[in-house]
Design a protein around this ligand. Structure first.
Ligand code: OGA
Ligand code: MN
Length: 206
């Protein structure tokens, strides 16, 4: 991770109390060991199979009514985890996020009603330019959680998630069994990747 930020990113386990505290105080945190290593491997295998079978589709930008495919701005291919083509590992992941959702409601009174998540695959040369997360037709996304599924990621593979905060930024490499959680209002981008970059992007919605 490189810091040109005044604060460093808190790191925590998948413990709702520490995640809530980090979100309240810093707007973001790294969750280490989530999903668990064996679960991350299952998710990675599931995503690889789905991609090889051509089940992922190019993602679009903009809200409903102004949806555009602009692969120069956003180059990932995605599939929602609640799709029946996804494995039990995807279902289990959604269950864990729902546990986090209700815990954050209890701890921070966020009124989060729903979890949504998709698999994402960025092929070499693709990126996602600086943006804020928005749901398809509204701005009800409150918390973003991105889980990475890439073993042995090297710094020169690129593909950092750059999170803008406090007038600076923090870069996170997409290492397997690591998740980044942040307030969806924060701007961020995925820098160009030089190898296949696998992840799950999830949102907790009001
Ligand atoms: C997104 C996103 C970040 C990442 O899908 O909106 O910003 O690190 N993903 O994959
Ligand atoms: Mn985003």
């Amino acid at each position: 991770m490189s810091h040109s930020d005044t604060y460093s990113l808190p790191r925590t386990a998948f413990a709702p109390e520490s995640i809530a505290e980090a979100l309240a105080q810093h707007g973001a945190c790294l969750i280490e060991g989530f999903p668990a290593p064996a679960h991350s491997e299952q998710l990675r295998t599931d995503l690889q199979h789905l991609a090889a079978e051509g089940q992922l589709k190019p993602a679009a930008i903009g809200r409903a009514g102004s949806h555009q495919e602009r692969s120069d701005l956003r180059g990932d291919n995605t599939l929602w985890l609640d799709d029946p083509r996804c494995s039990k590992a995807a279902e289990d992941y959604l269950t864990q996020l729902d546990t986090l959702r209700s815990a954050l409601n209890r701890l921070l009174f966020l009124g989060l009603k729903e979890v949504e998540a998709h698999y994402a695959l960025y092929s070499p040369g693709t990126r996602y330019t600086r943006h804020r997360d928005r749901f398809r037709d509204s701005d009800t996304r409150v918390v973003t959680l991105v889980s990475y599924l890439n073993p042995e990621w090297q710094a020169d593979d690129g593909g950092q998630l750059r999170l803008y905060r406090n007038g600076g930024h923090i870069d996170v490499y997409p290492h397997i069994s690591t998740s980044l959680c942040f307030l969806s209002e924060l701007e961020h981008e995925v820098l160009p990747t030089h190898r296949d970059r696998l992840s799950i992007a999830a949102w907790l919605r009001r």
